[in-house]
Design a protein around this ligand. Sequence first.
Ligand code: UT7
Length: 337
Amino acid sequence: MPYDNPVRGPGKEKKMSITIKGTGSALPEKTVTNEELSKIVDTGDEWIRERTGIGERRIATGQTVAMLASDAAQKALADAGVDPEKVDLILVATCSGEQALPCVACQVQGLIGAENAVAFDINAACSGFLFALSTAEIYLAQGIYNNALIIGAEVLSNIIDWSDRSTCVLFGDGAGAAYVEKDTRKKALFQFVQGSNGAKGEVLSCGQRDSANCFYRGEEISKYVVMDGREVFRFATRQVPDTIARLLEKAALTCEDVDLFLLHQANLRIIEGIARRLKADIQKFPVNIRHVGNTSSASVPLLLDEVRAAGKLKEGMKVVLAGFGAGLTYSAILLEI
Ligand code: UT7
């Protein structure tokens, strides 16, 4: 099994430590359709829809990662009815922050006035929101913090080569956030399985700055996303169902017991392939890729917010969140609403 890492996560006896109290999202106003892209690169609506399921995406025209993240965060706090100064922990999952320093989470802290929080970023690419959620859960379970604001935010349009048709049609910009608190119920579930395969990192990469100082100058690197799409496709359609299967096994559940699967929105064919491999009902896999494209770290929280806003999340429901991305990283989380 080429991608079979040791996977870690709590054991069967683990009870839930978090409950989602509020969600929010932020999308740039500008919509870019497939037709518009066909004027920039050699592509077409038919190819993009058939191969990916994407119809359009939002592209930032001035908004930074921190601005989108703050907007989504404020909506999540408003949804929960919580003041920013009550937030203990802010985690931002991102791989496209415009500034190396300060991190996006600290920028968000300043922008929303969460003066009492501890804030830092997590970069696990498209799995980032899930890694951030499991990290927050551990802090809350340990009693270190009582609540957390978890945000996935990206302006991928800044790191895309707009002359590369194999990548530029896939991605979009946006942010999603969830405000979570320590759960007082004792019986609800929280389980996760996650892993990384750094040896396969070259299949999806993006350089940031050249290796250069006043004593040394290395080779110039690409500042844009470079991807072996087929390899990532293969990885996702094998690794994600295997990871979900392990997660359910640990929780002594089957796909039948799960009410919703909220998957990273990278490609409709990947989502359908995962559902097929799991022999799970495709109706349980809501999608928003048609109108937002692949928003990396933002994709799962954007979908979570859409599903919650539509009233589809009911107390007691069992939900699986799952994703994969550059690293290569992968993660699946089971939680009870
Ligand atoms: O969040 C994780 C990030 N990435 C992913 O999840 C990506 C996973 N991979 C994929 O979703 C798919 O592999 C892609 C959508 C990227 C590509 O779809 P594919 O069915 O694997 O296409 P392909 O790479 O095998 O290319 C088939 C053809 C090629 O032409 P030839 O060599 O057959 O003549 C490509 O040059 O499609 C061509 N092609 C395009 N044609 C029109 C590639 N991109 C485009 C395009 N428009 N945008």
